[in-house]
Design a protein around this ligand. Structure first.
Ligand code: FMN
Length: 325
């Protein structure tokens, strides 16, 4: 399938694997890229420029297809070495970057000079327009359904995507709640040039996470995510578990006085324990409502081939039947 996104990134299928903390390692990115999508290494999971450079080199050993690096800008006092991470990306020869979390204006000139394409992840039309205005090449429009940080507007993709299509000139992909060929065709129908998936890619053979994480996604229904940290205006959609329910109890108890320190035990440093060790109750981990649509663990190639075959069948068979005639 050819879209503005496949053309821009030099990929076969308009399917992107979004950056995911402790999931987006070289193995994940290479598997998605080898299957014809766009795999993405998560920069902050590596943390330092040296480790990121090493992860990029590992990925280059595993694929000769394009892959990207996610650079998430966090509201933190101990900021990572962003200039160093930018250098590691450029010197590593990576040509695609997914930015998220905050306006990427400060890093954009460096990427532009190095011929790196930037796709910025946004949860609103106004942020998407801002990304377009500052020179981003594309945006990933992340609806309220998404795993991770949906922002504070709570606009689901059924509204957000056509709104984005009405306003944007640069291409965008639909993100949040995407799982299969139906998602892809719907995204295309609403004006997107492809789709971005997070949660769905965790439940794949190659995802370098503990089996317990894959099992938890398969066991979960669409009712099993919760929104945490809303009082801090840092809302995150996570899978429910006892730690998350305790976090929500603390939020209710503290009300407007909630501080990050009150919930630090449930959110800080829990990713390695969950993703690597499989301790599923260690704390809050991002997961989308789309878990309700996930019930198997295919390889990335099986998943992407299946999505493309289903999308093709929907377009040529199901939708064709509805044409006036
Ligand atoms: C476990 C997990 C970790 C994530 N970590 C990040 C991250 O570090 N940076 C980022 O920009 N997005 C992150 N995301 C968001 C994804 O890139 C993607 O936008 C989101 O998962 C899309 O929604 P979906 O899960 O419904 O497909 C994460 C998502 C998950 C599920």
């Amino acid at each position: 399938m050819k879209t503005r996104i496949t053309e821009m990134f030099g990929i076969e299928h308009p399917i992107i694997q979004g950056g995911m903390h402790y999931v987006g390692l070289a193995e994940m990115a290479a598997a998605v890229s080898n299957a014809g999508g766009l795999g993405i290494i998560t920069g902050l999971t590596q943390g330092t420029p040296e480790k990121l450079a090493n992860e990029i080199a590992r990925c280059l050993d595993m694929t000769d297809r394009p892959f990207g690096v996610n650079l998430t800008f966090l509201p933190t006092v101990n900021a990572p070495d962003y200039p160093g991470l930018v250098r590691a990306i450029i010197e590593g020869g990576v040509k695609i970057v997914e930015t998220a979390g905050n306006n990427p204006a400060q890093v954009l000139p460096f990427f532009k000079d190095a011929g790196v394409k930037v796709i910025h992840k946004c949860t609103s039309v106004r942020h998407s327009l801002k990304a377009q205005a500052i020179g981003c090449d594309a945006v990933s429009v992340d609806g309220f359904e998404c795993g991770g940080h949906p922002g504070e507007d709570d606009i689901p993709n059924m509204i957000l995507l056509p709104r984005a299509a009405d306003e944007l000139e640069i291409p965008f992909v639909a993100s949040g709640g995407m799982a299969d060929g139906r998602s892809l065709v719907a995204a295309l129908a609403m004006g997107a040039d492809g789709m971005n998936m997070g949660t769905r890619f965790i439940a794949t053979k190659e995802a370098p996470v503990h089996e317990n994480v894959k099992r938890a996604i398969i066991a979960a229904s669409e009712l099993d995510t919760r929104l945490v940290m809303r009082p801090l205006r840092n809302t995150e959609r996570v899978m429910t578990n006892p730690a998350v329910e305790e976090l929500l109890r603390i939020e209710r108890e503290k009300g407007d006085d909630l501080k990050f320190e009150d919930i630090i035990e449930q959110v800080a440093g829990v990713y390695p324990r969950i993703m690597t060790e499989g301790d599923m109750d260690a704390g809050a981990w991002s997961c989308g409502m789309v878990a309700g649509l996930i019930d198997d663990v295919p390889s990335c190639k099986e998943l992407i081939d299946r999505i493309m075959a289903q999308a093709d069948a929907i377009i040529t068979e199901r939708l064709a039947r509805f044409q006036a005639g």
